[in-house]
Design a protein around this ligand. Structure first.
Ligand code: NAI
Ligand code: 13P
Length: 354
């Protein structure tokens, strides 16, 4: 049951008191972020949707399914309910796959206490575009908040950051985006460590569109590698992929420079070349001739680019934007097109100016 709340946002300053963070989503990224925060000494709770999975995390002090090999600090509280996780939280970081984001966010809002003096800041670390609404996660949050007449700050975290590498504490740079500069700065402080460098940005839509679209180009790059095309093809895909990402981003109100930043070029290079990318893995297997159903059946982790391809295909039709790589990835995944034919069709297009 949803509670109708009429709350005006009090000017929360998370640095006023001790921050308390609820991480909603116990996959690889949620677990890595919760581990980073709790190791920093910040009171952190981690919620996941499967009880048996949480029980195993508690028993082993490790998320063996999604982040194996990294012990979790004793001060990280693993919570069985969203209610327990978000109680008194000053920041709620949502890290569930995009197709369950809206329902999860509603569950969080259901648990907010009416008249709460302090509303938490909601941070999305999810990369994707919803199939039904074609909205980004920040847009989903805004719509859900508005439907309940709640005014709260939202932010998004995006950039080249494989969970395993963050857990291994190798140098990583990432961006926190919020239209409110003060919120961005407070979250920058909250997440930064000596190996995790956080930049700020006000271009929330640019960060979200680049983060979602790089997953599609990573699938394309994987296909190229699966077809054993080599370095020339990969470099061309990354460059022309960035051009497509920027074209759609600008049409949706994003700033061009965001696409040359960490969330754009940075994450694009990471996922198009990194062996840890699940989206690239999907492409690799497609390129080797496996069907999308076979590939997804063998994966327990999420490859957001698969669903986002469908959303972007519909967006592009609606906005009449040219995105040839996206079109081919869509046809391969959703229409069963052969990868080699898709590459041929890409190369056979009219010649044009760069
Ligand atoms: N893994 C990574 O390196 C990074 C992931 N991301 C993004 O973070 C988001 C989450 O991905 P990962 O943590 O990698 O996931 P994952 O693939 O490691 O695990 C999937 C997670 O989704 C949860 N889940 C599935 N159905 C659910 C439901 N109905 N309700 C609630 N939770 C549900 C699973 O329990 C599990 O925690 C994605 O949008 C991804 O693109 C962003 C940056 C880095
Ligand atoms: O977004 C990511 C790293 O920044 C993770 O990419 P994959 O989802 O392709 O593994």
């Amino acid at each position: 049951m949803s509670v109708k709340l009429k709350m005006t946002r009090k000017m929360t300053k998370i640095s006023d008191g001790k921050p308390i963070v609820a991480v909603i989503g116990a996959g690889s990224w949620g677990t890595a972020l919760a581990r980073l925060l709790s190791e920093k000494g910040i009171e952190t709770r981690l919620w996941g949707h499967r009880h048996d999975h949480l029980q195993r995390i508690l028993a082993h002090h490790e998320n063996k399914q999604y982040l194996p090999g990294f012990l979790l600090p004793k001060n990280l509280r693993v919570c069985a309910t969203i209610k327990e996780a978000i109680a008194t939280a000053t920041v709620i970081c949502i890290v569930v796959p995009s197709h369950v984001y809206r329902e999860t966010f509603h569950k969080i809002l259901d648990q907010l206490i009416p008249g709460n003096v302090r509303l938490p800041i909601f941070v999305s670390a999810t990369k994707g575009i919803e199939n039904e609404s074609l909205q980004t996660m920040n847009q989903v949050m805004q719509e859900c908040l508005e439907s309940r007449q709640i005014r709260a700050y939202t932010a998004i975290l995006s950039g080249p950051s494989f969970a395993r590498e963050v857990a291994a504490k190798v140098p990583t740079a990432i961006t926190i985006g919020s239209t409110d500069e003060r919120v961005a700065k407070e979250l920058q402080e909250l997440f930064s460590t000596d190996y995790f460098r956080v930049y700020t940005s006000h271009d929330v839509i640019g960060l979200e569109i680049s983060a979602a679209l790089k997953n599609i180009i990573a699938i394309a790059a994987g296909i190229c590698d699966g077809l054993a095309f080599g370095s020339n093809a990969r470099a061309a895909l990354i460059t022309r992929g960035l051009a497509e990402m920027t074209r759609l981003g600008k049409a949706l109100g994003a700033e061009e420079k965001t696409f040359y930043g960490l969330s754009g070029l940075g994450d694009l290079v990471l996922t198009c070349t990194g062996a840890l990318s699940r989206n690239r893995h999907v492409g690799l297997e497609l390129g080797k001739g496996k069907s999308i159903d076979q590939i997804l059946k063998n994966m327990s982790m999420v490859a957001e680019g698969v669903k986002t391809t469908k959303s972007v295909y519909r967006l592009v039709r609606r906005l009449r934007i040219e995105m040839p790589i996206l079109e081919q990835v869509y046809q391969i995944i959703y229409e069963g097109k052969d990868c080699a034919t898709a590459v041929k069709d890409l190369l056979d297009r009219d010649l044009k100016q760069e």
